[in-house]
Design a binder for this molecule. Structure first.
Ligand SMILES: Nc1ncnc2c1ncn2[C@@H]1O[C@H](COP(=O)(O)OP(=O)(O)O)[C@@H](O)[C@H]1O
Ligand SMILES: [Mg+2]
Length: 259
């Protein structure tokens, strides 16, 4: 295990040109999922709306009970290059770096910079016809992007806010199969995501919530796929014991009862 102890962190970019498709939801839930299996996680928020940053601040208030995540307001940097070195310094020793991207067009310089630093790209897609159209366009532009083509990395699409069987999503899957892009998981449309966001946690940490538990399989599928794609960088040697999950649950329940 020592041979991989100092391997560099995996940079997971969560991106889509479409606003509101679930980038922050996926980024924060992924961060919680990895932190809970003992990985050292950094969460870089590149969106000036600072939703991930806000989530992480709430989480820091639970530092006694929630597995720690290093959050960085990466959008605050004066210039991209300086921001990146600032972010890197702040995330030394991390196993996983999750990058929450703003809604960017693939033509922007910032998009190019985010793709360049990524080892793997996760694209959340909702199923309205407008979302599917924008997402198809985004994925096509990504696949043909100069920076991507210079070093293609795995792209995983996750369906978000999936209700009953969606013809639109089936259509997207067909399109993706032709492009060689994999669809990994589907997350349901459920209020537990807003609940988790409000509490600075991931649904994977909501043991007492049946709707949250129904989502576990999809999150495990996503983390397993990411781990398969980037096995060399998995820094098992530094794994820490699992988070004190029961205490976190007790804290949340007590807060709810007192509200
Ligand atoms: N699977 C889901 N079920 C229910 N609500 C969701 C789900 N995913 C995201 N949301 C909600 O949709 C809104 C937008 O999601 P967000 O992750 O902030 O999107 P983005 O970062 O792409 O703009 C948020 O209020 C979030 O809580
Ligand atoms: Mg966001």
């Amino acid at each position: 295990m020592d041979s991989i102890k100092n391997s560099s962190p995996r940079h997971i970019l969560v991106a889509n040109a479409k606003g509101g498709c679930g980038k922050t939801t996926v980024a924060t839930n992924l961060a919680a999922a990895y932190a809970n299996v003992g990985q050292r996680v950094a969460l870089w928020d590149y969106d000036p709306q600072a939703s991930s940053q806000y989530w992480a601040e709430i989480r820091q208030g639970r530092e006694e009970v929630a597995a720690p995540i290093e959050a960085l307001a990466s959008f605050k940097g004066p210039r991209l290059r300086e921001t990146l070195s600032f972010s890197r310094r702040g995330s030394e020793g991390c196993d996983v770096i999750i990058i929450d991207a703003p809604s960017l067009t693939t033509a922007s310089a910032q998009f190019e910079s985010l793709v360049r630093m990524s080892d793997i790209i996760v694209v959340p897609v909702m199923t309205s016809s407008v979302d599917i159209r924008t997402s198809k366009r985004f994925i096509t532009d990504l696949l043909t992007h100069r920076v991507y083509r210079a070093r293609p990395r795995p792209i995983g699409v996750v369906g978000n806010r999936i209700g009953s069987a969606s013809a639109n999503y089936a259509n997207l899957e067909q399109f993706l199969a032709c492009s060689g892009v994999t669809t990994i998981s589907q997350f349901r449309n459920t209020p537990v995501y807003a609940e988790a966001a409000d509490q600075g946690i991931g649904v994977i940490e909501m043991f007492d919530n049946r709707a949250a538990r129904r989502e576990y399989r999809a999150w495990h599928a996503l983390t397993s796929w990411i781990d398969e794609q980037t096995p060399r960088k998995l820094n098992v040697a530094s794994a820490r014991p699992r988070a004190v999950g029961r205490k976190l649950q007790q804290q949340i329940n007590t807060q709810k009862n007192n509200a």
